[in-house]
Design a protein around this ligand. Structure first.
Ligand code: ADP
Ligand code: MG
Length: 679
């Protein structure tokens, strides 16, 4: 067996690991020896021989070398069995409950010298150890520091240590995969030495030491290498390039009543270069809420259409698809033929649209993910834009890109600003463009917090805003009252507000039929109603230039990033935006901290970093439910420097290394599997 295969071999291969043990380990996601090596000890027990019987301290775990003097086995079955042992300073009793005589005689043979370790008790003026687990004539098996790993029921510390020690003793050398330059940064510690140090009790908690950093780096490098390979394979695909006409932008800026920001222009340039090149585009556009991604995507679509291709624009919700479609209808040149497919589209219309997509009469289609059903065939699809789909995993993205065919470019857009290290982990297979800047005239949203019982003040504020011609979102965490959770519900709030603001309040939530939902939104957009009570359904992407106040009930129920997203629904026009976070009085320290961050800061990227620090990075994108950890050791919060270093190294590898010498690294870490399961 070569060294890599040894590390990848099943834990069943280890002596002492039977079916039962291996099943327990597998439940803890320890399938092979490599997995086992990456479970760290969290503390240890010192079982070194340090004293004689006379010095023993009651209640402490101690290890002593003694001679077995006498058995006291009572006739009555259920009484404890006793073995009296001694050294030159005193005596101690080993007391056994529920153990067989034969077993006791075997581990503690009369007149022999044995080493015993356990907690020291004192009973009827005699020292004793009850049911000692650590008993051996070979003192070196016990006389040392024993690591403690987090174990599940059914596996004792002794068994686990026995397993891991066997593996550590047999640990093979493996060919170094790190370049000498990088290895140097980690004091030239090999993988094997690093692993041995990882399990050395002296090193518990030493996350900043070279051995640990090296192993973290290995893991990050393995992750980025897999992405690099995916990227390369996408880049290899040669496509027909699209024609790029700079006049499109000039014409557009005349139609729009604003100029693109510098960031928008530079991103548009990234995209246009990709579209006009012979390499397939696979790009993610990140930009804070309200940074103006939609317009960038629409302008880029025009060139694609003018080059003779079709474009598919996919949004996560029908409301949003509708809005993008309406915007395009308003600003696209008349000769471009566009349409929308939602679940509300009549069957007859749907057929017609499908036919037009198939024969090329339709240039662009808007819709939800139903756009990619089997039934829908394109005449010549050249560009897919996907809005707000951060829940799309690597596999789904790849499938989509494949469905589009060789000539199809792909652009993903996300308003979930996430820290760079996380972007590398999740979107590493894509090229990245970022819009940081917001449109110039836009004012920062002013954020207040209010205790629930001061709702009168909030109502007063709302009255004033309505008088000024503004509209209000009122967000509740629940649709209906719940006996279990004490949170505000949309229905109750709606009833409450209707009395104060007759004929001015409408309501939106997930239980309302989608046709009805659309009508509600349209009416609100037309300013028929002043207040829209809703659940978080309005969270993603919708654009209401006239709404400038958002009130969020039970604000402490939401994560920072989510609150920032919700807040981004207002202040999109040129008016001053306000966000009022309502909460109950009993706020936790953590909740207070979060509310203060929101009050002070409007930058989504910064907020997501804070969110990550407070909640951990898995939670940020909502894929923690699976319980799956993305990394064994690496941590996008604490290892930012190593992520940056790995990114640089990847670029060097892509540039300089002709042969691929990282198979072992990738094989061991099996990042491809984990990456596929991401999000
Ligand atoms: P997001 O990036 O959150 O998807 P949108 O594309 O929905 O943002 O844009 C938000 C609002 O800002 C829209 O009303 C849009 O018309 C407007 N907008 C976009 N770009 C600019 C700009 N450069 N100047 C002024 N307003 C802009
Ligand atoms: Mg958007």
């Amino acid at each position: 067996m070569n060294n890599i295969n040894f590390l990848l071999s099943s834990i069943n291969e280890i002596k002492g690991v039977g079916k039962k043990t291996s099943e327990i380990l597998k439940k803890k996601k320890i399938n092979n020896i490599f997995d086992l090596l990456y479970r760290l000890p969290h503390s240890y027990t010192d079982r070194r021989i340090k004293m004689k019987i006379v010095n023993l301290q009651v209640g402490k775990i101690s290890t002593i070398k003694v001679k077995v003097k006498k058995y006291q086995f009572p006739r009555i079955r259920n009484l404890p069995k006793k073995v009296i042992c001694e050294d030159e300073t005193g005596t101690i009793d080993c007391v056994f409950f529920n153990s067989y005589e034969g077993y006791i005689r075997k581990i503690l043979p009369l007149n022999e010298e044995v080493t015993i370790s356990g907690k020291i008790n004192y009973y009827k003026k005699r020292y004793q150890i009850t049911n000692p687990l650590y008993v051996s004539q070979e003192s070196n098996l016990i006389d040392k520091i024993h690591n403690k790993y987090s174990l599940t029921d059914g596996i004792t510390e002794k068994t686990y240590n026995n397993i891991i020690n066997q593996v550590l003793n047999k640990l093979p050398n493996i060919d170094e995969w790190l370049s000498s330059n990088i290895l140097n940064k980690f004091d030239n510690l090999s993988w094997k030495d690093s692993i041995l140090k990882l399990h050395d009790p002296k090193n518990i908690g030493k996350f900043k030491e070279n051995f640990y950093q090296r192993l973290v780096f290995d893991e990050i490098l393995a992750t980025l290498l897999v992405f690099s390979e995916i990227r390369k394979s996408i880049k290899k695909i040669k496509k027909e390039n699209k024609k790029f006409n700079p006049n499109v932008l000039v014409k557009f800026e005349k139609i729009l009543n604003f100029k693109l920001t510098n960031d928008q222009k530079s991103v548009l340039n990234d995209i246009n270069l990709d579209l006009a090149s012979q390499n397939k585009m696979f790009r993610i556009l990140q930009g804070d809420v309200g940074s103006g991604k939609t317009i960038v995507a629409l302008i880029s679509a025009i060139n694609v259409i003018k080059s003779g291709y079709q474009v598919a624009f996919m949004a996560p919700t029908e409301i949003l698809a509708n809005q993008h479609y309406s915007l395009a209808k308003k600003i696209f040149p008349k000769e471009i033929c566009i349409d929308l497919i939602t679940s509300n589209t009549m069957a007859k219309n749907k057929k017609e649209i499908q036919a037009k997509l198939a024969n090329g009469k339709l240039n662009m289609i808007f819709g939800t993910h139903s756009l990619f059903q089997k039934k829908i065939n394109f005449y010549k699809l050249g560009y897919i834009v996907i809005d707000e789909q951060h829940k799309f995993g690597v596999k789904q993205r790849k499938a989509l890109s494949d469905k589009g065919g060789v000539n199809c470019d792909v652009l993903l857009m996300s308003a979930t600003p996430i820290p760079r290290t996380l972007t590398m982990t999740i979107y590493g297979d894509m090229d990245l463009s970022i819009i940081k800047e917001k449109p110039k005239f836009r004012k920062e949203i002013i954020t207040y917090s209010k205790i629930e019982n001061k709702i009168d003040e909030v109502v007063k504020f709302v009255k004033k805003e309505i008088k000024g011609g503004n509209q209000i979102f009122w967000v509740c965490p629940l649709i209906k009252e719940s006996a279990k959770i004490d949170h505000a519900s949309a229905i109750k709030k709606y009833e409450f507000l209707k009395k104060i603001f007759p004929n001015q309040v409408t309501m939106l939530h997930g239980n309302i039929e989608s046709k009805e939902r659309e009508k509600i939104l349209k009416d609100f957009l037309k300013n028929k109603y002043k207040i829209l009570v809703s659940t978080t359904i309005i969270e993603v992407g919708i654009d209401f230039p006239n709404a400038n106040v958002i009130i969020i009930e039970n604000a402490n129920k939401f994560g920072l990033s989510q609150l920032h997203q919700l807040r981004g629904r207002v202040g999109r026009g040129d008016k001053q935006g306000y966000c009022i976070l309502m909460f109950k009085s009993n706020l936790s320290e953590n909740a207070k901290k979060r509310i203060n961050i929101l009050k002070k800061i409007n930058d989504g990227f910064f907020i997501s970093e804070e969110d990550m620090k407070l909640r951990g990075f898995g939670d940020l994108l909502g894929y923690k439910q699976s319980g799956e950890k993305i990394f064994r050791l690496a941590d996008p919060i604490h290892n930012q420097d190593l992520f940056i270093l790995a990114e640089k190294e990847i670029k060097r590898i892509e540039r300089e290394e002709k042969t691929f010498k990282y198979y072992n690294l990738i094989k061991l870490y099996d990042r491809a599997e984990i990456i596929n399961e991401l999000v």
